[in-house]
Design a protein. Structure first.
Length: 202
């Protein structure tokens, strides 16, 4: 059994059991119990994805696995992710500001890993913002592509920023792409996260 399988097997077992309870006993669950189980199921899915990403990154760093670098339209990744998030953001009553050029923004990246990093940042902004807005911007900057994620949410202290598992995953993903990342956050004043990736060169 692989390291990924050993780590994920217990999590997936719990997830499957929660799913079975939700499917078989949905009508018997109280209004408080059902959301708790659904949230637990979603958190397990996220944790499983993070574990897989961390192990993939470790494989890249040790030379056991390789990044699947290709010409990737960053704008397309953002739009696909927002297709799932826009309804939730609207329902929550917060604004969404999207600043993306009309032209394709092509970077040389592993599309799956960059998509995972962006999903983490959008999810983080969505969960932490109760009023105001979330802003996502993609732009060319010389030989790089810059991606910016701002929000007017609760913000974090420096200690929280550096101890947050999800931000550690994002940092590692950007690092193995030889990119740069800057995180600015302050309690009560929201966050701003910007990362830069190499532009694709033919």
């Amino acid at each position: 059994m692989s390291a990924v399988s050993r780590l994920m097997a217990p999590l997936l077992s719990v997830r499957d059991n929660i799913g079975k309870i939700l499917a078989d006993m949905s009508s018997k669950l109280s209004e408080k119990e059902k959301p708790v189980l659904q949230s637990g199921e979603a958190q397990i899915e996220k944790l499983s994805s993070d574990i897989k990403t961390i192990l993939d990154i470790a494989g890249v760093e040790t030379g056991k696995t390789a990044l699947k670098i290709s010409a990737t339209d960053i704008k397309s990744i953002v739009r696909k992710l927002l297709f799932a998030y826009e309804p939730k953001i609207k329902e929550k009553g917060i604004g969404l500001k999207l600043e993306i050029p009309r032209a394709d923004i092509i970077a040389a990246v592993d599309a799956e890993k960059i998509s995972h990093a962006m999903n983490i940042l959008i999810e983080r902004a969505y969960k932490g913002t109760e009023k105001g807005f979330i802003r996502i911007a993609v732009r060319e900057a010389g030989d790089e592509i810059e991606c910016e994620f701002d929000d007017t949410g609760s913000g974090n202290s420096k200690e929280e920023i550096y101890s947050a598992t999800e931000l550690s995953v994002v940092r590692e993903i950007i690092s193995i792409h030889n990119g740069r990342i800057r995180v600015e956050s302050e309690p009560g004043k929201g966050s701003s996260i910007v990362f830069a990736l190499a532009k694709y060169k033919k």
